[in-house]
Design a protein around this ligand. Sequence first.
Ligand code: DAK
Length: 259
Amino acid sequence: MAYETILVEIEDGIGIITLNRPEVLNALNSQVFKELGEAVAELNENPEVRVLIITGGEKVFAAGADIKQMANSTAVDIATRGRPSMKTFNTIENLPKPVIAAIGGYALGGGCELSLTADVRIAAENAQMGLPEIKLGILPGGGGTQRLPRLIGAGKAKELIFSGDFISAEEALQIGLVNKVVPTEELMNEAKKMAKKFASKGAVALSLAKSCVNEGLKMDLESGLQYEHKCFSILFATEDQKEGMQAFIEKRRPNFQGK
Ligand code: DAK
């Protein structure tokens, strides 16, 4: 499919989506949300693609939702037209394939919230992250008040949300907002390296492991453990489980087929 606001490539089983509105620091307008949702769904359908990377390249991830597009919206507009963007974020979060956000430069507001929908965040040394919505008289409405405290705890999340401050990649690492910080020019190589490591594993096990963590976070411990046990049992009906354990016994690398 042809897109105007994003670039989509497939490289060695990795689907790479690059936000592409550099003139406005990759601000997320309704077209970006729409195209992003479509691209993610398309890559999900493609059996060749085992892991996704979402990035804006080394210079800027995304400086948030498009303020110029949002400025004159009414409450009714937001309540009704905001749904496709929420849907895109939810689709990414619940995608059965691992998603890595590769963050260079600004990841602010909706940009930061987009990165929160990924499973893993890799930040370049030049990354600056934050939720500056409060400075615009609004609050983080793309999941920031919900996903951020679940990731880094309520206290730190409230500090970021109430102040609107930007934090450096190192600070983001310290508070657990990102998984690792890498030299800026190495951002995509590092993201691809991690993606390849994930891609070499069994797709069904990856998908169910992701589901266990995501769904488990919504449950009490006992229910989560029950859910995990069901998913664990299901994996014993896969060829990948047989292959993984046989490969261990035969002292060779497993060749997972995602079946
Ligand atoms: N929207 C529109 N344009 C933006 C933009 C944005 N978020 N960020 C930057 N730009 C544009 C600038 O207007 C400028 O365009 P021209 O003036 O050249 O036409 C160009 O990008 C370059 O920006 P600057 O000249 O400002 O560049 P600087 O290096 O001086 O400053 C900056 C960089 C990132 C510090 C600054 O641009 C900035 O503060 N940007 C705004 C950051 C921000 O407040 N972001 C939060 C936006 S609110 C939802 C989903 C998501 C959301 C809400 C609901 N639902 C699911 C319902 C999200 C809301 C938000 O993100």
